[in-house]
Design a protein around this ligand. Sequence first.
Ligand SMILES: *Cc1c(COP(=O)(O)O)cnc(C)c1O
Length: 341
Amino acid sequence: MIDLRSDTFTQPTPAMRQAMAMAEVGDDVFGEDPTVNRLEARVAELLGKEAALFVPSGTMGNQIGIRLHAGPGDEFICDLHAHVYQYEQAAFAQLFGISVRTIDAPGGMLCPQEVEEHLRPDSIHSPRTTLVCLENTHNRRGGRVLPQDRVEELCAWAADRGLARHLDGARLWNAAAATGVPPADLVRCFDTVSVCFSKGLGAPVGSALCGSRDHIARARRLRKALGGGMRQAGVLAAAALHALDCHLERLADDHAGAQKLAAAVREAPNLGLIEYGCDTNIVVAEVAPALGSASELCAALRERGVLTLPISPKRVRAVTHLGVSPQEIDQAAAALREAGG
Ligand SMILES: *Cc1c(COP(=O)(O)O)cnc(C)c1O
């Protein structure tokens, strides 16, 4: 089976397993795991932030990030299709008493005028708006790279209004690879940023939250409270370090593969590419009524040896990653043309 459901289905490579096996470790809850410390320093430097914290998942990184900038009775603003809103169980509400206000932002890019309209007035009746969250690349919007000039414009406006800025950068690496802009330049205008090692980078586990020294000191306490304090976590950090050494450059291959799949989607008479096209490693196809539902297309592709994911009644997602060879991409493209015909 050619598994294009997600870039989380990667298997650690033999070299990555070797790096994990050889990792020098200690008790990271005591701050004594040298490999975790090395990873945190490396990521902080890559993102141009003072400090970083290794966390078990992107969800934990985002939720801690949100909690740093909002508390009970506060509200944050994000795109309607943001991962933090759609796929994280409203943990901010369950765990921290934080509210959210969503905006259906074209391409996932909030604009100052519209956010302004959703800000709460300073009133005894209202929650307080304290934070704006963006996502780059944007998962549900087809792996879209947010236009950097608009990101900076929004962040400058938000800072001016006294609002904090958090970026869900689960696939920030893909945005950097697609644009050629260094990750640090993409995130300069954010207070905190979460990044994943377990997506396109191919590590089995792990994310990082980055920000100021003060933010990360608070984040370390929150991580412990959430049960995310890990002991000899260097075994996992070694995989992430290996991924940063060896799997960043090859993201361009994933993007090239996605372009082939996107071309097949464009050519198939009963499929259409979503409005923002394909910027990175995620291809979202819209299924024409004549062909049936998203699940029916997924079933037809499965019969042809290709696994994809229905993400709405009419939309199917295919994600390229290091576990799929160029030949398999060609096979998958052929399957899309056939099943979408
Ligand atoms: C995968 C992902 C996350 C985090 O997911 P985990 O499964 O908790 O690691 C966060 N944001 C986006 C956009 C993602 O794609």
